[in-house]
Design a protein around this ligand. Sequence first.
Ligand code: GLN
Length: 544
Amino acid sequence: MARYIFITGGVVSSLGKGLMAASLAALLQARGYKVRIRKFDPYLNVDPGTMSPYQHGEVYVTDDGAETDLDLGHYERFTGVSAHQGDNVTSGRVYRDIIARERRGDYLGATVQVVPHVTDAIKQFALADQSDHDFILCEIGGTVGDIEGLPFMEAIRQLRNELEPMQTLSVHVTLVPYIAAAGELKTKPTQHSVRELASLGIKPDVLLCRAEHPIPHSERRKIAQFCNVRAEAVIPALDASSIYAVPLQYHREGLDTEVLRGFGITDAPEPDLSRWYDVMDRHSNPEGEVTIGVVGKYVGLQDAYKSLNEALIHGGMAHRVKVNVKWIDAEIFEQDDSDIAAQLEPMHGILVPGGFGERGSEGKIAAVRFARERGVPFFGICLGMQMACIESARSAGFGAASSTEFGQTQEPVVGVITEWMTAEGLETREADGDLGGTMRLGAYKAALAPDSKVSAIYGGETEISERHRHRYEVNSHYIEAMEKDGLMFSGMSPDGLLPEIVERPEHPWFVGVQFHPELKSKPFEPHPLFAEFIGAALNQERLV
Ligand code: GLN
């Protein structure tokens, strides 16, 4: 029987509930429990796939091809448990399913309502696939009191009533602000937030209080008294030096002990936190540093490249070095007076990440050319690999080489494909179909050339599986020309049709991948491509 932990937030948004859920799950896992984390997002998009990264940060893709909230990335990075389609549910998806059923006539003439139909659907998502888990953590997006979140709160209230008495627990995350003028921490917002939650029928068991200053015992007692929880269940959550310090910090504050006590578990094994001590040791005591220039489009908002940023840090942990990431707007390389060399010369490595749309593409291609000509370690991811191929085709004489994503072109070195093979068989789609959920999404295999750099990077493997999210592919028609230019197609889809990885054997380290390796990197298991890229950036001899 799985136990359920419902995590809600109050006072303000952006408290980092996702990290807290991930950290709590990591602590329970360290005690030997099997955990799974789910995210409920009250917005009306069916999934975040069509949202701009500026709106909502990166779209995290699971093995089974779901486009999900970036919090699922935290969950995977902290627990190593692969998320599924069913682990991220939005109001939009719930309503879409219900309306489709209503149109089919499945409700047999009944009036379809928020209670019970929407709440039942939410409960079904929460209760699905629970059998082999000890704890299922459900994080509710948004803040208590949001209109959109009400059906989710109501579903939690019902579940707490319907499941066994000691089978559920409510963790509420709040903010205890510091008013500098008065020199005081303020508990009132927390009191109000708990009252709001209680008015929806949910009494929190544990309060996780975000604060910039230590919360003295007297204030914790005050919060406990007003909010009807034990004083030990008021857990201070102070700002941490790094997100990877959070599990250890919460453990010290007693979060996992208190959660277990809430379930009546007092004889749990002590947690084995060695993995987290090692991660923090590597992170806090670097023996050197490298600077990586990331030439992209959404550089103003780091959440847009969340997993990428983390994977670079993990790559640094593998070598015990600090990775400084310099976010460079590709568009600046398109200006007439742009001095690419001045910007890129100080970089130990250049990375062109995934992205969509034409804006900045010429700047990215210019960055690829700089890395190739100067022998600077280069890593191209998804759109970055496509740019590397266009750059190669241009250097092979196809001056008009481009991607059909950017408009009509004489030389579609990158173009849309309308058919590809999945494990289930042939997948097809319309070239001008819907944008939502119609890309090549999720895990696909790639066959690696045995004598390639990437095969060595993957420990001699000749078949790998990585996650994809793209609509366009490198056009195999141009492979021969690009090979003559020195590009090696070292990874192909198993049917040999779709280029998955390119590298330049003559270059110190030049790798482009059509997939997103950053999605599978973990602090305690850095992705080999990132580890090797950082390694190459560290120990390089430049050509020029
Ligand atoms: N825009 C490109 C495509 O759709 C690349 C996508 C990406 O980088 N994730 O193919």
